[in-house]
Design a protein around this ligand. Structure first.
Ligand code: PLP
Length: 385
C-alpha cells in the first residue's frame, strides 16, 4: 500500500468510528449523567463559590476512586501541581526532576516556586519518565549529603521528582518510587491525564508522596476547570487545604491568615459538575478502552504504524490514543491529511528543553524523547456513548 492510500485508509476507518461527526475532535466532553441536575442544585443552594457540599463530596469521591486517604480539590490541575510541590517542601533554587515530554503545566508549576526543572528522558514503551534514565542521572550527577540529594555540578538540592503518566499510560512508577525512596527524594505524580489508570491494581497518583489530577475540558472527565491533590499524609493534606483557601485561620467572623495563601479552591459550581462526571468515570474508561481495542486490531494490519498500548501490569484509561509513525516526514504528512479531512490529530508537545524559558537549563540525555517527538501523533479518542 502506498503512503497516500495508507493514510486515506486510516482516515476512512477513523471516520467510520465516529459516524455522526463532520469534524471529529480529539477529545470532546460528554454530559449525559446528573450534570445539569447537580449544577442547578448548586445554583439553587446559592453556594456557588469555594464553600459548598459538592466540593466536600468531590473530595470524598476522589478518595474512593483512587484509594488515597485524603483528597484536596483545586481550581485546576496546574494549581494542584504548584500546591503539591509547595507542601512537599520544594523551595526557590531547588531542582525538580521531571520528563522532557510533558504538557507545559508540569514545568510551569515547578517554575512558579522559583525551582529549576531538570528534564530527563522518557521510556519508549510507557512514554513516561524512564526509571533507567532517572537512576543513571542520580548515580552520575548527584550525591547524598546530610539527608539531602545534591546535584554535584550545580550544588543545588534535588527537592522532588515529578513523573507524568503520558496520555493515560502508567509509567514505570514502582521502579521510580523505589529509586526516589533510596535517594530520599519526594515523589509527586502528575496524574493529570491518568484518572482511571492503574499500576498493578493501584490507582496512578497513589504511589508517591502526592498525586495531582486535572479536570480540564479535554480530560477523560471534566468540570470545566478543576484539579485535585491526593495523598495519604494527613499533615500535607491539611496544609494543602489551608494554603489553597488563602491560609485563613478558621473563625466565625475574624479574618486571620497565618501564611501567604492562594485562592486555589475549586468552586462548588465546578464541583457539582465534577461529581456528576465522576459517577460516569468507569463507564467512560470502559468505553474508551473498547475504542482503543478497535484501533489496536485495525493498526495491527497497517505497516509502519505502531499503536501504543498499555504496559504489562497496568490498566490505561487510553485518554488519548497514540500512534508512532516511521519518521517526522510521515508524521507531518499524516497530520496534514487527517486535519484537512476533518479529523483532529496532533503531534506531541514541543519538548520542554526546546522552549525559550527552559532552553538554557542543564538536562539529561534525551535520545528517546527526541525520537518519540518526531513520530508521535494523537488521534480521536472521545467517549462514544
Ligand atoms: C492537563 C494537564 C495538567 C493540568 O492542566 P489544567 O489545565 O491546569 O487543569 C497538568 N499536567 C499535565 C500533564 C496535563 O496534561
Amino acid at each position: 500500500m502506498g503512503q497516500s492510500s495508507k493514510y486515506s485508509h486510516i482516515i476512512k476507518y477513523i471516520k467510520s468510528l465516529f459516524p455522526h461527526h463532520d469534524f471529529i475532535p480529539l477529545h470532546e466532553p460528554r454530559f449525559i449523567g446528573n450534570e445539569k441536575k447537580y449544577v442547578a442544585d448548586a445554583i439553587n443552594s446559592t453556594f456557588v463559590s469555594s464553600v459548598g457540599a459538592y466540593v466536600n463530596q468531590f473530595e470524598e469521591m476522589m478518595q474512593q476512586i483512587t484509594g488515597a486517604k485524603y483528597a484536596v480539590a483545586t481550581v485546576n490541575g496546574t494549581a494542584a501541581l504548584h500546591m503539591a510541590l509547595l507542601v512537599a517542601g520544594v523551595k526557590q533554587g531547588d531542582e525538580v526532576l521531571s520528563q522532557d515530554l510533558t504538557f507545559i503545566a508540569t514545568a510551569n508549576a515547578i517554575s512558579y516556586i522559583g525551582a529549576l526543572p531538570v528534564f530527563l528522558d522518557i521510556d519508549k514503551k510507557t512514554l513516561g519518565l524512564s526509571a533507567d534514565n532517572l537512576e543513571g542521572f542520580l548515580q552520575e550527577h548527584c550525591k547524598k549529603e546530610g539527608g539531602a540529594t545534591i546535584n554535584n555540578k550545580t550544588g543545588n538540592r534535588i527537592a522532588a521528582c515529578v513523573p507524568m503518566h503520558s496520555f493515560g499510560f502508567p509509567c514505570e512508577i514502582d521502579r521510580i518510587s523505589s529509586i526516589c525512596k533510596k535517594w530520599g527524594i519526594p515523589l509527586i505524580e502528575d496524574a493529570a491525564e491518568s484518572l482511571g489508570s492503574y499500576f498493578k491494581g493501584r490507582h496512578t497518583g497513589t504511589l508517591g508522596l502526592l498525586g495531582t489530577f486535572s479536570f480540564n475540558g479535554n480530560k477523560t472527565v471534566t468540570c470545566g476547570g478543576g484539579g485535585a491533590i491526593i495523598t495519604d499524609n494527613e499533615e500535607l493534606a491539611k496544609l494543602a487545604k489551608h494554603l489553597t483557601t488563602q491560609a485563613k485561620v478558621p473563625h466565625a467572623w475574624e479574618f486571620n491568615h497565618d501564611h501567604i495563601g492562594y485562592n486555589y479552591r475549586m468552586p462548588n459550581l465546578n464541583a457539582a459538575l465534577a461529581c456528576a462526571q465522576l459517577e460516569q468515570l468507569e463507564a467512560f474508561v470502559e468505553n474508551k478502552r473498547e475504542l482503543a481495542a478497535q484501533y489496536k486490531a485495525f493498526f495491527q494490519e497497517i505497516e509502519g504504524v505502531e499503536f501504543v498500548t498499555e504496559s504489562l501490569n497496568t490498566r490505561a484509561n487510553y485518554w488519548l490514543n497514540t500512534l508512532l509513525l516511521n519518521d517526522k516526514e510521515e508524521r507531518d504528512t499524516f497530520l496534514k491529511e487527517a486535519n484537512s479531512s476533518g479529523i483532529m490529530s496532533r503531534p506531541a508537545w514541543t519538548l520542554m528543553h526546546k522552549l525559550p524559558m527552559f532552553s538554557t537549563l542543564p538536562h539529561g540525555d534525551l535520545t528517546v524523547s527526541k525520537w518519540v517527538e518526531e513520530r508521535l501523533v494523537n488521534i480521536p479518542s472521545s467517549v462514544r456513548i
